[in-house]
Design a binder for this molecule. Structure first.
Ligand SMILES: Nc1ncnc2c1ncn2[C@@H]1O[C@H](COP(=O)(O)OP(=O)(O)O)[C@@H](O)[C@H]1O
Ligand SMILES: Cc1cn([C@H]2C[C@H](O)[C@@H](COP(=O)(O)O)O2)c(=O)[nH]c1=O
Ligand SMILES: [Zn+2]
Length: 201
């Protein structure tokens, strides 16, 4: 179970705001966005000021909303660069960022600055790409985060827990938006059984 230090802390008299970083990561369909939305909604219920960002390229379900695969949603601000978040997060207590793997590695410095300024920063993103390699700023963010939650999907081949996102086509580019028609959640065994390093080189 995830403890929510911000909410406990806000009850302490004279408590100074202490910032921190939370990372929610895993494969596609593992519930990252659901978990991000859950944490942000609870912060809203606690009357905290919440700002939510996603990369502007992620237009899959909605241009503005962060939307989970099971249709939960929350309003967000799409931004092009991680540095935009620094400019727009000014008045918030809590900053949520979805699809963080698509941001440049500047997101690591931005998250550190926001947390050092007393904000709770909650980041959701893919830890690995379709080749099973670390994705963008996520590994670096996991390194500097106080809390890291790895969530897992269900393997579409065998029903075990899945940590990998298997791409169903031969497309080689790292960034390729898609859902069930383009990717399957897979466990380690089922991912590597069908992974062809030459095809994916
Ligand atoms: N293979 C799968 N394993 C688990 N959940 C799945 C799978 N395929 C579809 N889903 C749906 O995806 C939802 C999670 O969506 P979401 O939070 O958007 O995941 P993520 O952001 O990690 O891609 C689940 O609650 C479930 O309804
Ligand atoms: C593995 C992998 C995924 N993507 C894309 C596909 C989706 O649009 C997002 C991930 O969304 P989710 O909320 O985690 O399901 O990322 C990609 O561009 N490259 C990849 O290697
Ligand atoms: Zn499997």
């Amino acid at each position: 179970m995830f403890i929510e230090p911000g909410i406990d802390q806000s009850r302490l008299p004279h408590a100074k705001p202490i910032g921190w970083i939370e990372v929610v990561c895993g494969s596609m369909f593992s519930g990252k966005t659901e978990e991000l939305i859950r944490r942000l909604n609870r912060a809203l219920i606690a009357n905290q000021r919440v700002e939510i960002f996603k990369p502007a390229i992620d237009t899959r379900y909605h241009v503005l909303d962060v939307v989970s695969h099971n249709a939960n949603s929350i309003r967000s601000t799409p931004v092009q660069f991680a540095s935009d978040i620094m400019l727009l997060a000014g008045n918030s207590d809590v900053v949520g960022i979805d699809e963080a793997q698509f941001f440049d590695t500047e997101l690591i410095a931005v998250s550190r600055k926001l947390a050092n300024a007393g904000k709770r920063v909650i980041i959701a993103g893919l830890d690995m790409d379709f080749r099973g390699e670390p994705f963008g700023p996520i590994p670096g963010l996991m390194g500097i985060a106080e809390y890291v939650t790895k969530v897992r999907a269900i393997c579409m081949k065998c029903g075990n827990l899945a940590s990998y996102s298997f791409r169903l086509s031969d497309a080689k580019q790292k960034v390729m938006l898609g859902e069930q028609e383009a990717y399957e959640a897979r466990c380690r065994k089922c991912f590597y059984e069908d992974f062809d390093p030459k095809r994916n080189a």
